[in-house]
Design a protein around this ligand. Structure first.
Ligand code: ZN
Ligand code: ZN
Length: 359
């Protein structure tokens, strides 16, 4: 059975469990996951028997090409998609929708267009839960994305010049990604120097990368539709003893977190491990986000490796391990790898070394 047919079959199993006759899928990563369609406007109607992709005339050729062999029919809607799709519901009464994702406006449009007697019912995170476990093809795509990301980092470092701004260096990184075959960055590249590194989601600005200080780089690419994610720290000039200590503590937490990954353990327990190491170093209050997240067709996917997350890890889950500690005045350190849960434990996909690079 082809990958897309298998995914549609799994969705139908979930629909049966939720007592749904049909499902409307509008979140583009889910549309892509089920149909192969990568356009920016498309919705999928899945019933017990068939699946139909609705898109607009800009995508006539692309939709037919990308869904070829999947068994998904294509309908080119001349006007809005919602009434075109609702018009095909026929006798389906209980219609699932992505209640965690659909905008209220889209929901209203569907609700208005539904045939008499039909009602919208929550599909919950059924698709996101299926997407947590990656197939071999998906894992291969993530590996490729991760490798390009690491190569782009190495190439950008060779082009580093003191006096560049954070923005200059972020542009260099994203340029290298493209040259190496990435479709685009998976998120806005973070380049944060000195006190800016203490902001976990800093935006690169005009701060000059000059003198002595800690430089945090968080970067990811999309390749073949799949994301990668990595954070590394670099130090300009000799790091102080305080910075070294901070770095070593976060590295110890990161290594312990990676080590804790294996099938059966909960996402929350991996978070406990990294948090425990940072607590030992008096840095638990400086760790202000969760330990990591799944990634795939989106940069942030389930599971979330946060406090008390009860999701049990399974072989095939691609996740990040990224503890950090942010100290006002000293700066922030985060170290992040993309890793894969394997049947026996974990495989670190990110090939970049984790020693503090000194420039
Ligand atoms: Zn990241
Ligand atoms: Zn991340």
């Amino acid at each position: 059975m082809s990958t897309l047919k298998r995914r549609l079959k799994q969705l139908r199993e979930d629909m049966a469990a939720l007592e749904l006759d049909a499902a409307i899928v509008t979140a583009l990563p889910n549309v892509r996951y089920l149909s192969g369609f990568t356009g920016s406007n498309g919705s999928l109607l899945v019933t017990g028997r068939g699946a139909t992709l609705f898109t607009d005339p800009r995508y006539t050729l692309q939709a037919r090409t990308e869904t070829a062999g999947s068994g998904v029919r294509v309908v080119i809607a001349k006007g809005p998609i919602e009434p075109a799709l609702a018009g095909r519901l026929g006798k389906q009464k209980r219609v699932g929708f992505e209640n965690q994702r659909m905008s209220y406006r889209t929901w209203e449009h569907f609700e208005k267009a539904l045939p008499a007697g039909a009602a919208m019912k929550p599909l919950g995170a059924a698709l996101e839960t299926r997407r947590m476990v990656k197939s071999e093809e998906e894992t291969a795509a993530i590996r490729e994305s991760v490798n390009i990301n690491s190569q782009a980092f190495a190439a950008a470092l060779t082009r580093f010049r003191a006096g560049m701004t954070e923005n200059d260096f972020a542009a260099e990184i994203e340029y290298q990604m493209r040259l190496l075959g990435a479709e685009k960055p998976a998120f806005d590249t973070i380049v944060a120097f000195k006190k800016n590194s203490a902001l976990p989601h800093a935006r690169p600005g005009n701060t000059r990368l000059d003198g002595n200080g800690l430089l945090l780089v968080d970067m990811g690419t999309f390749r073949g539709g799949y994301a990668s994610d990595m954070t590394r720290c670099v130090h300009l000039g000799k790091p102080s003893a305080k910075t070294r200590k901070l770095y070593e503590a976060v590295l110890e937490a990161q290594l312990a977190g990676v080590d804790a990954v294996r099938p059966g353990v909960t996402a929350g327990s991996v978070d406990d491990v990294t948090r425990g190491v940072l607590r030992k170093h008096g840095l638990d209050k400086a760790f202000v986000h969760s330990t990591g997240h799944g990634l795939g067709l989106e940069i942030h996917e389930a599971p979330r490796l946060g406090k008390a997350d009860a999701t049990a890890l399974q072989a095939g889950m691609a996740i990040t391990i990224e503890p950090g500690a942010y100290v006002e005045g000293t700066g922030g350190v985060r170290i992040e790898d993309t890793v894969l849960t394997t049947p026996t434990g974990v495989s670190i996909l990110t090939p970049t070394a984790k020693e503090l690079v000194i420039l």
